[in-house]
Design a protein around this ligand. Sequence first.
Ligand code: PMP
Length: 394
Amino acid sequence: MFETLSQQPPDKIIELMKLYADDPRAEKIDLGVGVYKNAEGVTPVMRAIKAAEKRLWEEQTTKSYVGLTGDPAFNDAMIDLVLGDALSRPHVASAATPGGTGAVRQAFELARMANPGLRVFVSDPTWPNHLSILKHLGIETVPYRYFDDATCTVDSEGMLADLERARPGDIVLLHGCCHNPTGANPGAAAWRDIVSVLRTTGATPMIDLAYQGFGDGLAADAGPTRLIASSLPETLIAVSCSKNFGVYRERTGALMAAGQDTDRVAAVQDNLAYLNRQNYSFPPDHGARAVTMVLTDPELRADWEAELEEMRTGMLHLREALAAELRARAGSDRFAFLAEHRGMFSRLGATPEQVQRLREDHGVYMVGDSRMNIAGLNEATVPILAEAIVRAGV
Ligand code: PMP
């Protein structure tokens, strides 16, 4: 029967990783794959997670199944982290999922169960996996303007105009912070306008929150999510713990549904359990348990927050240093946006030919759309990258 299957198109980032690995040049720079790296190029196990895992290993007495929506303590701790005081607990349904991707997938499936004819509005550009999961599920996508190529900032006017075309029963997918792939994010006023448009159209917001703590801090990064969830009747929130807890391969995340009507929220909670059951039964537990311990133990939490803050400010310094090096070399402020962008990524605004030149002539590896992983830099490579960008004619 498998003769009916054709090969899937290769994943561009995985191809890029292979090209990088095969490049013999010592001075090559990897700005491709989307994992955090410290100055030594290592993606570390965070200290608090390591301590929590050690304690789990010592204290855990069983690995029997938990609930279909995961450990209730994990859901409570994650709701608190993401929503703070914005909504009380009966207003939020939540289920543990295999990573943020699992949450995104379950969110789309839940929305399709509620409205089989839904359309999902997606930023142009967005994380490619959003598009690929939606295509796989046969859900119609409607791109909305997001990135202004000329200024490398958010095209708020275009975005709002396009979102006005949404209808009740549609989903509007938003990145809660640290937009992937561009790094450009709406400002406070634009977020308020987005809430107004969502309110007038009656469309349902879905927030993908994969980088809380990587932008302006834990509370600030959750601000737009809290505003939306507390202002509108219903909000879906897909949360990833992969980056901010560094637990990538443990597959830790949660899908939340916030709602003003608590009876409906209770019904959604049942549907989240149902969907987990259909797709994988019990969600992964190890990462979730370590995350719960970190969030609820004051000492571990303080250490986690401190390490996350070091990561965040480290990336900000790299952004500022790169913008300064480029200002000096280009003799203009046209790369100032790099210091304004937030999170791990920035879209440089280079053409595919310039991206190729950067790779072939300078050993600088970035995704074809000129997305750079800022965490792939360190103090020594920032000036090298700046020189390469200018020489490649960007
Ligand atoms: N959403 C976005 C926008 C992302 O960038 C990522 C990570 N690449 C995810 C969701 C989910 O990541 P994971 O499944 O590894 O938690």
